[in-house]
Ligand binder design. Structure first.
Ligand SMILES: Nc1ncnc2c1ncn2[C@@H]1O[C@H](COP(=O)(O)OP(=O)(O)OP(=O)(O)O)[C@@H](O)[C@H]1O
Ligand SMILES: [Mg+2]
Length: 297
């Protein structure tokens, strides 16, 4: 297996470490993110998701333990800039991330500040705008765009710095469903083209996008695995007061009535296929005999 691009070793973090009774926002976190991963982080408000994500690009440094990014320790002051170039971040509110009055200038802002030469700069802006499908809007004023479009410009801006990892901290939470889908599509494309993704979300159906999910609770990782592994533990997630994707919930309820129905379906397509197959075979669905329904017997 390849080397992890991010390695979190025994990390605990407190915002008030020198207080008499420090409160720990992260406790004993161990995690490896590998090149090409699409890691999704879910968990309740205040469970430590953003605090963990900020450790990935040295915005925060561990109180105990170490975070390594592409072999660089985030505690080493010399490594801060190369770490920030390796891990890009996109946040929740698109308006706060826009700095220029024309889309292409906004996307060029980061690399231009780093002194990327003109020709290379143009190539990067072209690539970044294409990958988020905002090429046609390059001359527009960002403040006139929809929220989904603005967020895609913010992603293009982060990608123009050519990071190996893109961290999205609830980047879809302020968007309408269409905007959310546009952003997810852009992120999917980036991941396919090789960018490692770390996405924090409250939307469980978005968690299904990843190849790995971690569930956080009170500063700890309490569950992890593939989306199928994590979300098939419906009872565990409910005990943590977390939702499961609606499709999984439906599959789980059908499975409870009829254990031949798979409990771990994740997408609308999967459940539609399973139901269609059962209709064709005239098999039971959730204890209901469709054969009887059709034949009246
Ligand atoms: N700047 C800060 N100073 C002090 N405590 C903080 C700070 N930021 C977060 N915390 C605390 O650290 C804990 C973890 O917060 P964090 O923002 O990482 O959670 P989160 O999982 O991202 O929550 P949300 O879903 O609301 O974004 C919480 O108890 C929070 O109150
Ligand atoms: Mg947060």
């Amino acid at each position: 297996m390849s080397e992890p691009i991010i390695r979190v070793e025994n990390v605990s973090f407190s915002y008030n470490p020198s207080a008499e009774k420090p409160v720990f926002a992260l406790q004993d976190i161990n995690l490896e993110v590998f090149p090409g991963d699409y890691l999704v982080i879910v968990g309740h408000n205040g469970s430590g998701k953003s605090t963990l994500a900020k450790h990935f690009n040295a915005l925060l440094r561990p109180t105990q333990g170490d975070v390594w990014v592409d072999g660089m320790n985030t505690k080493d002051p010399k490594c801060v800039l190369p770490i920030r170039a390796t891990v890009g971040m996109v946040f929740q509110i698109p308006d706060n991330q826009i700095v220029a009055t024309v889309v292409e200038e906004d996307v060029a802002f980061g690399p231009a500040n780093l002194g990327v030469p003109e020709e290379e700069l143009r190539a990067r802006v072209d690539w970044a705008l294409k990958i988020v499908d905002m090429d046609a809007y390059r001359q527009r004023a960002p403040h006139l765009l929809s929220s989904g479009q603005k967020q895609r410009v913010a992603i293009a801006g982060a990608m123009a710095l050519k990071p190996k990892v893109l961290v999205l901290d609830e980047s879809t939470s302020m968007l309408d469903p269409a905007g959310r889908e546009e952003v997810l599509k852009a992120v999917r494309t980036l991941n396919k083209e090789g960018t490692t993704i770390v996405a924090i979300t409250h939307f469980m159906h978005e968690a299904v996008e990843g190849n790995r999910v971690i569930v956080m609770e009170a500063g700890r990782i309490v569950a992890q695995g593939s989306p199928r592994e994590v979300f098939s533990n419906v009872e565990t997630l409910r005990a943590l007061h977390l939702d499961v994707p609606q499709v999984t919930e439906l599959a789980y309820e059908l499975h409870k009535r009829d254990n031949t129905f798979p409990a771990d379906l994740l997408t609308v397509d999967e459940i539609v296929q399973e139901i269609e197959r059962r209709l064709e075979q005239k098999e039971r669905i959730g204890g209901y005999s469709w054969a009887r329904h059709y034949t009246g017997q």
